[in-house]
Structures are given as structure tokens and as C-alpha cells.
Design a protein around this ligand. Structure first.
Ligand code: PHE
Length: 331
């Protein structure tokens, strides 16, 4: 027994002498003092010994065990100090750590800029909800149920009990026109920036989630000529020095009459649609209890993403949303 104890101790001392790091020291600690160590076995066998044997051997074994503990502790402290000293060595010639400041997303920047331009033309900025009801998103905008025009907007419906006036994610910012007119009387001019959702296939110019900016100007004699002036002013300011070709094209939206689409000419010669617009339909005025014989106005809805793509020559709308820092950091 005593020989075995001595052998364990000698092996331990030798191995400890060769230890150069804390990880290895921990392995040794487990090997020599752990529950499954040889010493552990020896201590475990005490209970089978006679009282005399136990007294003699037991005290020696405990002394050895304490000695091993102490040596491990001492070695551990030494190694720790050595390690700390090398790690904390201060190299004052090292370059400093660069602190990176974040910045706004390109879409946020463009939205802010658009808001500022319209504010300078005396438009007020208002907001509408992203979760809409069927009435505001469609019916009040002269898009009746089962009318084929509804298919112009592929809709994300919100799961709920069937019933009247179901909820949905707004497919455009136009329902904000209705909310505003329900609570205010003309004359006024507003813009409504916001996020919209469409259940449609993705490609370089279509996302199922994107941003629009609605505009609405209503008064006694607001005409399409006023709209043309406002868009031209807007383009001039938004694209600054860049020369920009745009065109109006007759088009159809159920909530305007007549309706137009505004396209911008891209560098490659193709036209890109950036907004829909027109004179507010009398049925829309009827839904908000305005008298269509007394007032008139124009409305438009532009795609913020698309304007940002043209301004910064971004080829694919999906770049705005995939979180790739190599893209985001360029702005
Ligand atoms: N809401 C239409 C769309 O999303 C755009 C639009 C707005 C057209 C206002 C005319 C007037 O496609």
C-alpha cells in the first residue's frame, strides 16, 4: 500500500514538473485527484481495512492527497501569472481599434429626402397602418369585391374567422387616402410614406415587401396640370444635376379617372415605371362623404425602392433586403 502511494506521488511530481500550461494542469488534477484516480481508489479501499491499518495508512494517504492539492494550487498560480503577463503586454505601437459608426439604410435615406422635398412644397407627412381592412384597402377605393381589378394586387390575408371586412397586409399606401379624408376636410396636400406587401413572385424589380409614397392633393380646382408641375419639381430636386427623362402614359387604376403611369428612362434605354397617378375618382370621394361636384384632386403612389434603384444605379431590388453588408456599407 505504502509503496503504491509513494509511486503515485513520485509520478505526480514528475508530471507536474513538465506542465507548462493551465489546460494540462487541469488534466493532471483530474488524473491524480479525481474520483476515478488511483489515489481515489486507494482512499476508497480504506473502509475494508482493519482499524490499525486504517489509522496508519489513512493518515499517510491524506497527507499525500493534501500535498498534491497544494502543489497543484501553487503551480496553477505560477502558470496563471506567467500567462497574464504575456497576454497583457502593452504594445503602444499597435494601431488602434477602429470604432465603426452605423448609418441609415439607403431606403431610409431616400425616404427622408423625398419627405423633405415634398415638405418644401407644403405637403404634410402622415402615416397609415400596415395591417388594413378590406374596406380601406379595396372597397372604399372603388375596387369592389369580385371585380377583376382586385387581382392587380396579390394580397397577404391575415388568418382569422371568415367574415366581413377581413384584415390584410396593405398592398399599397392608397388606403391612407381614405383614412385621411374620413377625418379631414379639403383643401389639403399630404404624402404618406410606408411599407407595403404583395404576395407575388420575386425578381430583380419585385419584392413581396417594399416601400411606397402616396400623395394626395384635394381642393376646389386642383388639376392634372398641378400634378405634372409637382412631379417635375420633385424629379428635379430628387435627381439634382442628373438629367432625367420621364413620360406620362395613360393607365388604369380603379380609384382614379383619368389614370396615368409615370416612367423614367434608365441608362440602358429601357423605361421603368416609378409611379401610378391620376385624378381621384368620384366614387372615392363618395366613400368619404365629400361632394365630388364641389372638389377635385390628384393622387399618386410612387415606389421608393425603384427611385432609389435609379438614383444609385442599383440593379436588383432584393439587395435592399438581404442584409449583405458589402452592399449596405456603400451608402
Ligand atoms: N396604389 C397604386 C399601386 O400601388 C398606385 C397609385 C396611387 C395609382 C395613387 C394611382 C393613384 O399600384
Amino acid at each position: 500500500m505504502l509503496e503504491k502511494l509513494k509511486k503515485i506521488r513520485d509520478e505526480f511530481v514528475k508530471e507536474l514538473g513538465n506542465t507548462q500550461d493551465l489546460d494540462h494542469l487541469e488534466k493532471i488534477r483530474v488524473k491524480y485527484t479525481g474520483r476515478k484516480s488511483e489515489l481515489g481508489d486507494l482512499l476508497g479501499s480504506l473502509k475494508d481495512m482493519t482499524v490499525e491499518e486504517r489509522r496508519e495508512f489513512g493518515s499517510k494517504a491524506n497527507i499525500a492527497r493534501n500535498e498534491i492539492d497544494d502543489l497543484i494550487k501553487e503551480k496553477g498560480e505560477n502558470l496563471y501569472h506567467k500567462q497574464a503577463l504575456t497576454e497583457s503586454f502593452l504594445d503602444i505601437t499597435k494601431p488602434g481599434k477602429k470604432i465603426e459608426a452605423g448609418h441609415l439604410h439607403p431606403l431610409t435615406k431616400v425616404e427622408d429626402e423625398i419627405k423633405q422635398i415634398f415638405s418644401s412644397m407644403n405637403f404634410s407627412v402622415v402615416e397609415g397602418p400596415e395591417v388594413e381592412d378590406e374596406y380601406h384597402n379595396f372597397d372604399a377605393l372603388n375596387i369592389p369585391e369580385n371585380h377583376p381589378a382586385r387581382e392587380m394586387w396579390d394580397t397577404f390575408w391575415i388568418k382569422q374567422a371568415e367574415g366581413k371586412n377581413r384584415l390584410l397586409l396593405r398592398t399599397h399606401t392608397s388606403p391612407a387616402q381614405i383614412h385621411y379624408m374620413e377625418k379631414h376636410q379639403p383643401p389639403f396636400q399630404i404624402i404618406v410614406p410606408g411599407r407595403v406587401f404583395r404576395y407575388e413572385a420575386l425578381d430583380a424589380s419585385h419584392e413581396f415587401n417594399f416601400y411606397q409614397l402616396e400623395g394626395l392633393m384635394v381642393g376646389k380646382d386642383i388639376s392634372l396640370a398641378n400634378f405634372k408641375f409637382v412631379v417635375e419639381e420633385f424629379f428635379k430636386k430628387f435627381f439634382k444635376g442628373q438629367k432625367i427623362d420621364f413620360r406620362f402614359r395613360a393607365s388604369y387604376f380603379p380609384f382614379v379617372e383619368p389614370g396615368v403611369e409615370v416612367d423614367i428612362k434608365l441608362q440602358n434605354g429601357n423605361w421603368m415605371e416609378v409611379m401610378g397617378a391620376g385624378m381621384v375618382h368620384r366614387n372615392v370621394f363618395n366613400s368619404v362623404k365629400y361632394n365630388p361636384n364641389d372638389i377635385q384632386g390628384f393622387a399618386f403612389g410612387m415606389g421608393i425602392d425603384r427611385l432609389a434603384m435609379i438614383k444609385y444605379k442599383i440593379p436588383d431590388i432584393r439587395l435592399f433586403y438581404n442584409g449583405d453588408l458589402r452592399f449596405i456599407k456603400q451608402f
